[in-house]
Design a protein around this ligand. Sequence first.
Ligand code: ASP
Length: 349
Amino acid sequence: MSGQVCILYTGGTIGMRPTPQGYAPQPGYLHELMATMPEFTHADLPRYTLIEYPELLDSANMRPWHWQRIAEDIVARYAEYDGFIVLHGTDTMAYTASALPFMLEGLGKPVVLTGSQIPLCRVRSDARDNLITALTLIAHEPIPEVCLCFGNRLLRGCRATKVDAAGFQAFDSPNYPDLGSIGVTIRVHKDALLPAQPAPVLKVQPLSDANVGALRLFPGIQAEFVANVLRSPVQGLVLETYGMGNGPSSDTALLDVLRAAHDRGVVMVNCTQCLRGQVDQGGYAAGAALAAAGVVSGMDMTVEAALTKLIYLFSTGCSVQEIRQRIPVNMRGELTGPYERLGGRSTGI
Ligand code: ASP
């Protein structure tokens, strides 16, 4: 077993304690609690340093500049530790887990996001297992990527999405296999991991205030409503479409609105509302109409990955044209490219 783990405690249920107003974080409390639990100083676990954020957040209050702070904290301590745990509320954990892989350029060590549905101070908490598993993974496995460890599952961060508001298995990775199996034995599936980065230096891509959003289509959605959503200064929109990426192709007013937004330089990304599966804008005329209006395929990205990829790409200073080209191309394992589909899991006849 190796080294030391840095735990960045950003907030979330895991460190909360009961108050008359409901669960709330309290500065210093998680640190004190862990110090009273013998398992966290057990020889089977690596030593850790807990860094508590000055403002412990319910993750519903997270914003992109919080992701930036987390990324910068990892970079500042990168050489000192074997890996990082980010303790985070579950509500927006999948967004942070999607943003960090884009921002952290040259990552070669594990960054594991975890948290819990019940605070660590409760007897029947899932926090203890989640945290012990995350510590164990970092001590024993060279995982050169951002992952999310929760409810005995190890998922790629930018493939994860929250699927259960109260269950202990709160996250799923609908379009990519788990990175490991966690049971009596913990096994990391090495062939599912990203290749280790040769870059010795980790860098952060700072995020700019990109103006992006997401819009879920529904039967009867009005062209005027979509036009209002797409008004300037919107730069990017994830359009959550039906099935394999279909929209109302008979609504010419709506298609005109999309075409006009495209011509103004708005980047529109097609992601399916379905939990599983891939957008294929050539599969149906209803999908082809969106492509003709300038909507680019988000392939099998989660909405979390598509949104954070948009923010990242706008922050890099790429032109709109370059962003449209890069959206359907795999950067950090966030989507399954056509080649991988043919060569791998989802070949069909
Ligand atoms: N509302 C909490 C949060 O996201 C829920 C949790 O931690 O599970 O911070």
